[in-house]
Design a protein around this ligand. Sequence first.
Ligand SMILES: [Zn+2]
Length: 426
Amino acid sequence: MLFCFWIGVQLNCLKEGNMHEKEPLVFKNARIITPMRVIDNGVLIVSDGKVSNVGSEDKIKIPENAKVIDAAGKYLAPGFIDIHLHGGGGADTMDATEEAMEKISVAHAKGGATSIVPTTTSAPMDDIIKAVKVIELAKKRTLPGAQVLGAHIEGPYFSMEQRGAQNPEFLKEPKPEEYLKLLDEYDCILRVSAAPELEGGLELGRELRRREIVASIAHTNAAYQDILAAVEAGYTHVTHMYSGMSGLMRINAYRISGVIESTLLLDELTTEVIADGHHLPPSLMKLIIKVKSLDKVSVITDAISAAGLGPGKYSIGGLNAIVEANVAKEFEIPEEEGNYVAKLLTRDSFAGSVATIDRCVRNMIKLVGLSIQDAVKMATINPAKVIGLDEKKGSLAEGKDADILILDEDVNVIMTIVGGRIVYRK
Ligand SMILES: [Zn+2]
């Protein structure tokens, strides 16, 4: 008798579980942002964690058993993909704990990130390995907020002259006996940032290309000829444009192009901008987009642990940083409430940003003058292409993962959906 009762409950649970999974989720009355346009009166259907149908209301039949969410005329956008961030919500990737990963995941989901690529920083290799191990575990789990796509290794193979907020104590040249161990052991590595002009930098680029890992030019003092060799070796992307890189040099009366000019010139290279509204003034963001074209530039936060928290003193990669209100109004950066900036204590270098990616998208509209669909591209399909996941993510199209945002007119995040699951509601 008891046994029968137990079986009955189990069957019921099973049935309910199944029904719940099968029940489609429908968004209606939405302005749907695609890479080409905005569809008014749009409907989007999610089945089994994927987008199964998307289009205008008059062309799509809403299934009877669906759970319907009325977007009330607001925007429906693909989830944002942040391919360069260190932390958030008080946690850092280098904390190397599952709890830290969850805090980062939750903090950035509030800002509309549905996918994140946690980024390590220059440190002893053992510490980097610990962090990558946790990223690998996180990638295989369902996190409470944004999903982890893989790891970005930022450092320690950087130029001392262009270290920025990377700890100089740990910078070194890339040696295969060191990095091969890391690459062999962990499949989750999506991207490695390095200075290609260092001894061993080109060999590293070739190794990354063999493994289909994105090789990204970063914290580099290279000249044009070095960059040509880097592209030939396999480097395809340039980390945080204008930060930690050489510009025009003058040697014995001759002008030599640096990494900035090389990136602007070479169509082979994609790049990314820290669009927190502090790192780059609007004129530079406009220049990058004008020369590179909209398709080759992604927005990133490069966020530190203090992202989503208030002003105060924090530690990043063992260096002390201060988060404070913007004090550089004279440099065409408008003051905006809550838009804090993170600097080293000396205040001569930024220490990453405290933004979530919604602010970056908002800035592309407010400061650069882009349309909402162009600004959204820079946080969705463009970064998806950089890391080779554009077949699954980056736009609201049939068959793609149901990573979806409801946004208001000012790109404030109303709801974040990851793989068909609501993970944040304002
Ligand atoms: Zn970074």
